[in-house]
Ligand binder design. Structure first.
Ligand code: ADP
Ligand code: MG
Ligand code: MG
Length: 248
């Protein structure tokens, strides 16, 4: 059975329908990419999967590992193995990267992890992302560059070790070198058993990640699903022409 199964999902914010009957199935080990024009509902999908309370599910269902999770709070979803990166991570002053990540890991795993044990894991994972070790003592996101914030998201993902990682434009606004490190970090983390839902505008992703499916989300619905070629077609013709071709 699929890891995630979304059926006929209708979601609104402040009385306005944003997702309008969305269907999606993700199996263990699959990489799915979602592309689509601005305002299509991509971030809404990520937020509603994570359980953000601002979004209202009007109908349809989100099934994770065989259980309907429509009404389950964010922290319970995290414990089940769902992770969402943040498009604009906030600064949390007074909390170091190490403390933040260790606290989050203990909360999600519901286990005590000693500082020594945690530091060992943290250093290994920082090395994979080419993050200097003194970074762990910095205050979370305080004065971080765009690239550092994004690397921190990937570090957080690899520490929390989710079953389903939803990455919302983790690659946007980065230089080519940073994008490469980010995607190598994702590839390292993915051992063929992890599932990914990657929201992106960036076609380069396809050079680094080898997605099983590319979905095009337009006006609250997935209008087409294909493979890497679909992303290349979109790049060439743009979303407007693509919509016309679909008769929309
Ligand atoms: P995308 O990520 O595809 O660019 P979003 O999911 O962010 O699209 O937004 C989809 C639509 O929902 C947009 O019209 C946006 O203005 C609206 N929307 C998103 N979040 C909110 C919010 N918190 N309050 C009101 N409207 C929102
Ligand atoms: Mg957007
Ligand atoms: Mg968005």
């Amino acid at each position: 059975s699929p890891l995630l199964k979304i059926e006929d999902l209708v979601v609104s914010i402040e009385e306005k329908d944003i997702l309008k009957g969305l269907n999606l199935e993700i199996n263990q080990g699959e990489v799915h990419v979602i592309m689509g024009p601005n305002g299509a509902g991509k971030s809404t999908l990520g937020n509603v999967l994570m359980g953000h309370p601002q979004y209202q599910i009007n109908s349809g269902s989100i099934n994770f590992e065989g259980q309907i999770i429509n009404d389950i709070p964010v922290d319970e979803r995290a414990k089940k193995g769902i992770f969402l990166s943040f498009q604009y991570p906030e600064e949390i002053s007074g909390v170091t990267v190490e403390n933040f990540l260790r606290t989050a890991k203990m909360a999600i795993s519901e286990k005590f992890i000693s500082i020594m044990e945690f530091q060992k894991e943290l250093k290994e994972k920082m090395d994979l992302l080419k993050i200097p070790h003194d970074y762990k003592d910095r205050y979370l996101n305080l004065g971080f560059s765009g690239g550092e914030k994004k690397k921190n998201e990937i570090l957080q993902m690899s520490i929390l070790d989710p079953k389903l990682a939803i990455l919302d434009e983790t690659d946007s606004g980065l230089d080519v070198d940073a994008v490469k490190i980010i995607y190598e970090g994702i590839k390292n983390f993915s051992d063929g058993k992890k599932s990914f839902l990657v929201i992106t505008h960036y076609n380069k992703i396809l050079d680094y990640l080898n997605p099983d499916y590319v979905h095009i989300l337009v006006d609250g619905k997935i209008v087409t699903t294909g493979d890497v070629k679909l992303a290349q077609d979109i790049e060439k013709m743009g979303y407007e022409n693509f919509k016309k071709q679909l008769g929309q």
